[in-house]
Design a protein around this ligand. Structure first.
Ligand SMILES: Cc1ncc(COP(=O)(O)O)c(C=O)c1O
Length: 483
């Protein structure tokens, strides 16, 4: 450990505590003036919270150009995660993902990636004009989900596209599946390509034992880490980690889209959560893992459901599985994942992360205990008893391989017109359609609309998925590329 740094410190939290104590008279924004101007908000959120909802000022540093307490807090985060540099992100992991893509590719340059990425990655391609080279992630036929990219498939994509600038990976996917990141890093670096990693669901990899390896520990160049997902910080706060990148350039890229009024609530939550993870992360995630294993065992005992785990690693496209993920295949009880999701919410007051066509995902994290897990298990048992039916006729395919016709930016900004969705088969989409969550586009700009996609969208709608992305929110029509 660098002699000057101590993970017991939280420089930003300490600076905010000093600010609070100093009783500064605020003639700056925010106009609620430490809550005084908005008593209802104080009542709702608490005076402590509003007293540090401040804007940047000398003693509190500035996220656009950190030189004191934010700089120190970021250095501590970098050390805790084994990175050269860490950047506090206040626009969600979406902003971190976009930052990574825009740091590694410019307009017209190629990036090798799986297609089962979060929409933020393809949005980045729309913004910067990079060209995706999609590698088929493979699929588990029974579960209907996309897996990871194999090293062989990535090598083939590199052979065919030696001018590609970067490889993008999920570590893990929403469902918990990881590719062989270490091998991909070695391969990519030997060809002068960067490796950038979406670790929205992998914060705990940096601290747990018996978990898949984290991007920075595998030598990747950049990683977008959702501290707010499993790291304990406030929603929307995230980290961008880098190694061997020019930090000044990364900051410039982030500032292209970053707010100039970064929330201190979000930033201090990153600082305090990093300290917590550095000091107690190992024992916390050991406990999380134990809980997830217990839940998986109990759910598999019910029968019908399938809570999967490392046995999936027999497939080449599953190098490792994140055992803290409680991903459950529901189709065999005759219910789509989204139906189980809705029943859990509406009838059992249990909110899980998502339900898709054939699976549900429950996040087990720092804040859970055995009693909560037992409630979930009991509810799933009941749901099976009350609602199980013949599964025939249920769709099983979460992932449809795309037919890419145009780069996303060209399709998004090109000439277009609207067509009824049902009549759009064969045309090229100018927009996104996806179920949220998980936020992986079914259709992205530049991809051909097929009968299979139209059927999938109709089925997802019928089952109650939230479909987002298109300009026409009713999805009666879809925007297609003209010509
Ligand atoms: C794989 C993946 N990447 C990126 C994101 C974006 O994260 P955020 O919602 O913090 O912007 C998500 C969000 O769910 C995600 O699942």
């Amino acid at each position: 450990m660098n002699g000057k740094l101590s993970q017991k410190k939280a420089p930003l939290a300490e600076a905010l505590a000093r600010y609070r104590k100093n009783r500064i008279v605020p003639f700056d924004v925010p106009g609620h003036k430490q809550g005084k101007g908005n008593p209802e908000l104080v009542e709702f959120l608490g005076a402590q919270c509003l007293s540090v909802d401040v804007n940047s000022m000398k003693p509190l540093d500035n996220l656009s150009h950190p030189s004191s307490v934010i700089k120190e807090a970021e250095a501590l985060a970098a050390e805790a995660f084994g990175a050269d540099n860490a950047f506090f992100i206040v626009g969600g992991t979406s902003a971190a993902v976009q930052g990574m893509v825009m740091c590694s590719c410019k307009r017209g340059e190629k990036i090798i990636m799986p297609r089962n990425v979060h929409i933020s990655a393809i949005n980045a391609l729309v913004l910067c004009g990079a060209i995706p080279v999609y590698v088929n992630p493979g699929a588990n036929e029974m579960l209907g989900i996309a897996l990871g990219m194999t090293v062989d498939n990535i090598r083939m994509a590199m052979d065919e596209n030696p001018d590609a600038k970067a490889v993008f990976l999920n570590n893990p996917t929403y469902y918990g599946i990881c590719s062989d990141l270490e091998a991909v890093v070695e391969l990519a670096h030997s060809r002068g390509m960067k490796v950038i990693v979406d670790e929205a669901h992998g914060t705990h990899f940096y601290f747990g034992e018996g978990l898949p390896k984290a991007a920075m520990h595998c030598g990747a160049d950049m990683a977008a880490v959702s501290m707010h997902k499993t790291g304990g910080s406030l929603t929307q706060s995230s980290l961008l980690l880098t190694r061997s990148m020019n930090p000044g350039y990364v900051r410039q890229i982030l500032c292209l889209t970053q707010t100039t009024s970064a929330s201190y609530l979000l930033m201090v939550s990153l600082d305090i959560s990093r300290r917590n993870l550095a000091l107690r992360g190992c024992e916390t995630f050991a406990r999380v893992l134990e809980l997830a294993e217990y839940a998986r065992q109990e759910i598999n005992k019910i029968g019908g459901y399938y809570a999967y785990s490392t046995e999936l690693c027999q497939d080449q496209a599953v190098f490792a599985f994140d055992r803290t993920k409680l991903s459950i295949y529901t189709r065999n009880i005759g219910l789509a994942g989204i139906e189980v999701y809705d029943i859990l919410r509406d009838e059992y007051d249990i909110q899980i992360e998502f339900g898709d066509i054939g699976n549900i995902l429950a996040i087990i994290s720092v804040g859970d205990n055995e009693r909560m897990v037992e409630r979930l298990v009991a509810a799933l048992y009941e749901i099976k008893r009350r609602y199980a039916k013949d599964p025939s006729g249920l769709l099983n395919n979460e992932y449809i391989a795309p037919q890419v016709i145009l780069p996303p930016q060209n399709a998004f900004y090109g000439e277009h017109r609207f067509l009824p969705l049902k009549e759009s088969s064969g045309h090229v989409s100018a927009e996104f359609v996806m179920c949220y969550p998980p936020g992986i586009p079914v259709l992205a700009p530049g991809e051909r609309i097929t009968d299979e996609i139209i059927d999938y969208i109709a089925y997802a709608e019928e089952k109650g998925c939230l479909l987002t992305g298109p300009e026409d929110a009713t999805l009666a029509t879809v925007k297609i590329v003209e010509g």
